[in-house]
Design a binder for this molecule. Structure first.
Ligand SMILES: C[S@@+](CC[C@H](N)C(=O)[O-])C[C@H]1O[C@@H](n2cnc3c(N)ncnc32)[C@H](O)[C@@H]1O
Length: 275
C-alpha cells in the first residue's frame, strides 16, 4: 500500500516509518510513504502557503493552490507507480470519525491514498471541495495539525495489512469483534499485592475464552454501550452473551465484579495464594 502525505512537516512521519510494527512492515515492503510539502509548490521568494482569512478573525488559512498542486503531484506519482487512483482524505476535526470499520475498508482495498494535513486555522474550503474525497477526524478534540491524525490512519491501516503483525492478533483486538478488548496480564503473577484473575491461570482454554469474552462484554457495556447495541444489531452476540449481559445489567451501578479490576476481582491468584 502507498500513502502520499501532503504536509508542512514531513520529518514528523519518521514516527511511523522508523519505529515499531509500521517500520517492520515498511521494511517488508508492505507499504511505502512519500511526502509532499506544499512549500515546494509555491512560486514566491518566501514560499508562502498561508494567508489571512477573508472576513477577518484570528490565525492564518492554508491557501488552496499549493495544496492542490501538491495533491496533483502525489496523484501523478501514484499513477506513475502503477497504483490505481486512491482516495484523497483531508484530516479535519470536523470530519467523519476515524473508525475501525473505515480503517479495515482502506486496508482491504489497499492501493494508494493521499492524506492532506492542515495547519493553522485550517484549509481554504475551495481546495477541500475541489480536491478532497472525504474529511476524517481522529476524534472530538483539536490538534495543532493533521500530521498526528494522518499517522494514526497510517498506523491503524498498516497493522491491518496481511503480514504486518508477527502474530495475527488483530482479529481479537478492540473493535474487531465489535467489542472492546478484554484486559491483559503478564508476569509477575502478583504485582504490588494484586493478582491475576484465576481463569487465566487455569490452563483451561474454554474457560479462558469464556472469561475473556465476558470481560470484553462487561467492559464494552460499561464504557461503550453503543457498541453493544451495534454488535446486537449485527447478530454478533449469542445466547450466552445475552445471558451474561442481563446479569451484568442487574449488577450495574455497583462496582460490578464482572468487570475485572485485579484488586477487586472475585478470584485472583493472590487470593488463591493467601488461602
Ligand atoms: C488547529 S487545527 C484547525 C482547527 C479548526 N479551526 C477547527 O476549529 O476545527 C489545524 C489542523 O489540524 C488538523 N486537525 C485538528 N484536529 C483534528 C482532528 N481531531 N482530527 C484530524 N485532524 C485534525 C486539521 O488538519 C486542521 O486543519
Amino acid at each position: 500500500m502507498r500513502f502520499d502525505v501532503v504536509t508542512l512537516f514531513p520529518e514528523m512521519f519518521a514516527a511511523v516509518t522508523d519505529h515499531g510494527i509500521t517500520r517492520r512492515a515498511r521494511e517488508l515492503g508492505l507499504w511505502r510513504l512519500a511526502t509532499w510539502n506544499p512549500r515546494d509548490f509555491t512560486h514566491d521568494r518566501h514560499r508562502t502557503v498561508d494567508d489571512r482569512p477573508f472576513g477577518g478573525g484570528p490565525g492564518m488559512v492554508l491557501m488552496a493552490e499549493p495544496l492542490a498542486a501538491a495533491v496533483e503531484g502525489a496523484r501523478a506519482a501514484q499513477r506513475g507507480a502503477g497504483c490505481a487512483a486512491g482516495r484523497v482524505v483531508a484530516l479535519s476535526a470536523g470530519g467523519a470519525l476515524l473508525t475501525d470499520e473505515r480503517v479495515r475498508a482502506w486496508a482491504e482495498k489497499g492501493g494508494a491514498m493521499v492524506l492532506v494535513c492542515g495547519r493553522y486555522e485550517g484549509i481554504d474550503q475551495r481546495f477541500l471541495d475541489a480536491c478532497v474525497d472525504e474529511d476524517v477526524s481522529a476524534g472530538d478534540f483539536v490538534l495543532s495539525g493533521g500530521e498526528i491524525a494522518a499517522m494514526a490512519v497510517i498506523d491503524a491501516v498498516v497493522r491491518r495489512l496481511p503480514g504486518a503483525l508477527k502474530i495475527e492478533s488483530a482479529s481479537d483486538e478492540s473493535f474487531a469483534t465489535g467489542l472492546l478488548d478484554a484486559p491483559h496480564f503478564t508476569r509477575p503473577e502478583t504485582w504490588r499485592g494484586c493478582g491475576v484473575p484465576a481463569p487465566l491461570l487455569s490452563g483451561h482454554h474454554a474457560q479462558i475464552g469464556r472469561w475473556r469474552r465476558e470481560q470484553a462484554l462487561a467492559r464494552t457495556a460499561r464504557e461503550r454501550p453503543d457498541l453493544i447495541a451495534s454488535a446486537r444489531a449485527h447478530g454478533r452476540l449469542d445466547e450466552d452473551d445475552e445471558k451474561f449481559l442481563r446479569g451484568f445489567a442487574r449488577g450495574a451501578g455497583s462496582d460490578s465484579p464482572a468487570l475485572t479490576n485485579p484488586s477487586s476481582a472475585a478470584a485472583t491468584s493472590a487470593e488463591h495464594a493467601a488461602q
